[in-house]
Design a protein around this ligand. Structure first.
Ligand code: TXA
Ligand code: MG
Length: 358
């Protein structure tokens, strides 16, 4: 019995590309791979993507194999201009036009009714297609020169934290993809906001750096999918990808929410208890609190005064704890506003819903 996905290793070419002024010949090399139906991992402003020609079913199938991704989880198509979406969708609402003009290129993915041109494998059989225009010169150059939309999920093994550097991609996908474009570390660090505009009420299916508050200024009636707000595993999310455990470290993880002082006290108590059981404890602290713990492996994830730094570092920090082989991660939570909602959404998933109110 010969299964290609387990038997044969793919030769992975790694190229380093300048993230501000990408070398044209290198981008053309990547685009050539995409045109040939090969898999190319590339940086975006959010996280690294695992790209393939979005109109080539065979190529797209390989994405699912390389990631070990469930087939019922649809992919985002990446375009390099607003005009690129027209052949892919049935219609474009006035709201969508305004949002694209304001937020593209940027970390906002929009759902549209799909046209026949979009293969069913992209949408996992749904009648909507998710599309975004990334704000990264390498990504835009790659899409433009490929001459087609690029399908790209985050370039991690399914279930692991999304990659925010080429090293993360190499860790997960070396030998499984044809090319990895190293364009440095990604800025935002969290995946794009996914917004459904195909129903009566615009609905955020996955929170990201374009926040509820940002969107409210343009579409005041926008809401968040209940599964984002409620801390319950009983609510089935509307976005297929949101139902899986995600971003998961090897260690167990507990996330503490509430007043910062109480959080620090409770984490200290828990750390002491786990250490007395001879467990290696990782503490995900912040700049403001990192000197307060005194024991455990303490990593500051960023500053509470500049929450974007927490988004930027979050996945890398989870991977760092894995490298240090901690048994348990005790993580500080953040407030559920602006980008905090996206950060808490990832922490909730990473911890399997282990959220403790203090
Ligand atoms: O920032 C990002 O969005 C990154 C970079 C690479 O662009 N991509 C990314 O893709 O995060 P992925 O596949 O890891 O996540 C896509 C999310 C999943 O939760 C998926 O279920 C949802 O978007 N999605 C895609 N198409 C959808 C659809 N038609 N309806 C509902 N949800 C959809
Ligand atoms: Mg993903």
């Amino acid at each position: 019995m010969k299964r290609r996905d387990i038997m044969e290793k793919i030769e992975t070419k790694i190229i380093k590309v300048n993230e501000i002024n990408p070398e044209e010949e290198l981008i053309l090399e990547g685009a050539k791979f995409i045109k040939e139906g090969k898999l190319v991992a590339f940086p975006t402003e959010t996280v690294y993507g695992l790209g393939a020609n979005g109109l080539n079913e065979e190529a797209v199938k390989e994405i699912f194999v390389a990631k070990g991704r469930p087939q019922d989880n649809p992919l985002i198509l990446h375009v390099s201009s607003i005009e690129d979406i027209r052949p892919l969708v049935k219609s474009v609402s006035k709201e969508a036009e305004i949002l694209m003009k304001k937020f593209w290129p940027g970390p906002l993915t929009l759902l549209f009714k799909k046209s026949k041109k979009v293969p069913n494998i992209i949408t996992a059989g749904l009648d909507t297609v998710a599309i975004r225009m990334p704000n990264n010169p390498i990504a835009l150059g790659l899409i433009k020169n490929s001459g087609m939309p690029i399908a790209a999920p985050s370039a991690n093994t399914s279930g692991k934290p999304s990659p925010t550097s080429a090293d993360h991609v190499i860790e997960d996908l070396y030998g499984k993809v044809h090319m990895i474009i190293d364009g440095g570390s990604t800025g935002v660090g969290l995946e794009s906001t996914v917004l459904d505009l195909t129903e009566e009420i615009p609905m955020i299916l996955r929170p990201g750096a374009i926040t509820l508050e940002d969107l409210q200024s343009i579409i005041p009636n926008v809401e968040e999918d209940l599964s984002i707000i409620k801390n319950s595993n009983d609510i089935v999310p509307k976005s297929p990808g949101q139902k899986y455990r995600h971003y998961a470290p090897k260690a167990d993880m507990l996330v503490f929410v509430g007043d910062v002082e109480n959080m620090v006290m409770e984490i200290k108590v828990q750390a002491k208890e786990f250490i007395s059981q001879e467990k290696t404890v990782g503490i995900m602290a912040t700049e403001e609190t990192k000197d307060r713990y005194g024991q455990g492996i303490i990593i500051s994830v960023g500053s509470r005064k500049n929450m974007e730094t927490i988004g930027h570092n979050l996945f890398n920090t989870i991977r760092l704890f894995d490298q240090k082989e901690v048994d348990i991660i005790l993580a500080e939570g953040v407030e559920l506003s602006y980008i905090g909602t996206a950060i808490m959404n990832r922490l909730k998933k990473a911890s399997g819903g282990n959220i403790i109110k203090v």
